[in-house]
Design a binder for this molecule. Structure first.
Ligand SMILES: [Zn+2]
Length: 380
């Protein structure tokens, strides 16, 4: 038996020292594959468009329990502002510092060592275990988890449970499990008018004047009240551009960017048709390009949430609450397959920041929590 303490941190140091700024992987996944293969995992590379994707599975039976994550990290920003070089993985006062330490190489290291210990103890476990890794989570996320899930779906390989090791903890390690995410819908809207001289407005048609009352109404819409898991849907206008640069010209076009974060209480089709008919009511000539970047999902209280919650309670003494806040994650690609999907990992306070770090003790505990969850779900 290896010592869970040193093992997770040793692996994390090795991962953080690889400067895998998205979409690079820098050998992180090959290192992990070389540890999983001797344990009886079948290694499949599902690389796409310059992105490294690993699907490693042990066993063929169901239920299939998946640990998912990403090996890419966001850029460091000015490296001189870091207390220690961002890819040196130095341990300072019990914290391992470096880009990706919390988001999310910490989660990855913890679940790999958890799987190693579980398999060592339960060689003949029922069901299957798989590890899904991508190097395209922090980037456009087009060639990553999405591609792997498409391949699995095409060959009828069904995931039952999935833990994404993203940093979900907020104020205290173990306080939050994310059991869903809001959807994200963007729109680029062009309001068309007729260009002209400001002194001759009757010969022009000002798209700014036309757009204003419609946009004002749009910001007042009460989309829904949310539900027991989700806050109400919100709409934000993030850009409004018009003008030719000259002060005496009425422009031909005004362009608007907006984004909605929405709950499953409302459908994307309903949002789109409401916005289209609002513009129609205001007699606007518009073209709209929609960007459907994430559909909402929710994993109800059930087998996976309960197994994870009791493992957290056992190892931290605190009860984790279920929450759907935050931005999007790769869980959005896995949940539509019908899998129970949650995100659980270390404290997210320093992610994407200068001096990103993770508590060494939390990493050990996290690995024990993942292992205990595997025991509940798959032990014979
Ligand atoms: Zn992440």
């Amino acid at each position: 038996m290896t010592n869970p303490t040193n093992d997770s941190i040793e692996l994390l140091v090795d991962l953080v020292q690889r400067d895998s700024v998205t979409p690079e992987d820098c050998g992180c996944q090959a290192l992990i594959a070389s540890r999983l293969e001797p344990l009886g995992f079948t290694i499949e590379w599902m690389n796409s468009g310059g992105v490294t994707n690993l699907w490693a599975r042990r066993g063929t039976a169901s239920p299939l329990m998946v640990f998912a994550g990403h090996t890419d990290v966001v850029p460091t920003g000015d490296a001189n502002q870091w207390s220690s070089p961002p890819f040196s993985a130095e341990i300072i006062d019990g914290y391992l510092c470096g880009r990706g330490a919390a988001d999310m190489k910490g989660g990855v290291a913890a679940f790999i060592t958890a799987v190693e210990r579980f398999v060592a103890q339960n060689d003949q476990h029922p069901g299957s275990i798989a590890v899904l890794l991508t190097s395209d989570e922090e980037g456009p996320a087009i060639h990553g988890t999405k591609v792997v899930i498409e391949k699995l779906t095409n060959r009828d390989e069904k995931i039952d449970y999935c833990i994404v090791g993203e940093p979900s903890s907020t104020t205290k390690f173990g306080d939050i499990i994310r059991n869903g995410r809001r959807g994200s819908l963007g729109a680029h809207i062009s309001v068309h008018g007729t260009q002209g001289h400001v002194a001759y407005p009757h010969l022009a048609d000002n798209p700014i004047h036309r757009a204003m009352p419609a946009l004002s109404e749009l910001t007042e819409v009460a989309w829904d009240k949310g539900d027991e898991h989700f806050p109400p849907t919100t709409l934000q206008i993030s850009n409004f551009n018009a003008g030719t640069g000259a002060t005496n010209v009425i422009p031909a076009i005004a362009s608007i960017e907006l984004n909605l974060r929405y709950s499953p209480a409302i459908s994307i089709e309903h949002i789109q048709s409401s916005i289209e008919s609002l513009f129609k009511r205001h007699n606007l000539n518009v073209t709209i390009e929609w960007k459907d970047s994430a559909r909402p999902f929710i994993t109800q209280q059930g087998t996976l949430c309960e197994a994870l919650q009791s493992a957290i309670e056992k190892h931290t003494g605190s009860s984790a609450s279920l929450d759907t806040g935050g931005g999007t994650s790769d869980g959005r690609f896995i949940a539509p397959t019908g899998a129970q999907v949650v995100e659980f990992g270390p404290i997210n306070k320093t992610i994407h920041q200068i001096d990103e770090r993770i508590s060494c003790r939390d990493i050990e505990t996290l690995s024990s929590i993942y292992e205990a969850t595997l025991v509940t779900l798959l032990e014979r």
